[in-house]
Design a protein. Sequence first.
Length: 281
Amino acid sequence: MKADSLIITEATLKKSKEILGVLGIKLRREVGVLRRWEPAVPLKERSSGAGEVLIEKALQLLQREGAKKAVCMIKYPYDLPETAEWHINLYKKSGFKQQGPIGLQLLADLSHTGTLLHSPSFRITTKESYSLEDFANFTLKAYASTPEDKAIHEWDPFVSVREKVLEELLSIKNGKLGFSPPELWKIGLVKDKAAGFAVSFMPEDKYRPTYGVIGLIGVFPKFRRKGVAYALIVEMHKCFRKYGCHYAYAGTPKTNKKAVNLYKKVGYTPVFEIINFEKQL
């Protein structure tokens, strides 16, 4: 099986051809990725064991193809967590472990955030005079420099390990996650010294109106509670609207209460929770 190829496996009744469920898996190098909201099993058949069989067969296929681990993600409405209970319990029963805290995805209608103001005590600039190395330093300083920050973010190598941080920044810069011109790379300056930063992009999605994503945002410890993060988001929203974005997404661990409160203050509403699972093969 080639990398990025797709396998579809089915669980069926022993004495009939009735299909009880379907599970799709994608192999990316040595990682098998289970499709979201799968195994897909009708409600009336979920006690039949079809889901367990599908996962078992899928893991066997992945092992034969040389995969080292399997991963899956559950994304469910913030106000309907019960819709994910069966899948969460199924993954855990099949030996998957939750990776990191529950993530929270928030949404802002940009038509309702245009009048927000921020303090003039600092200014926002763009990345022309800053390198990817600078932004890697900013990320580590904002996400992994205090015990409190580490407790929230250390599990995520893309904000806590320099090599992975640079990999993520390069992916954004090269457009792998969406359009990301220099003006979507912002730095907050206090007395001409960097105090925080934000990096955003605009995915291409033919099924949704144009939207922006705040990929990274952080403020260095000694500059917190001064409105820097608020100002960065407000300025980013201006750029999003300039490019025709109708709304914006942001994400953070659910345990990061300060960030959640900030996003709400700027006009975001929680819409989805996300749980990542992983199993070593």
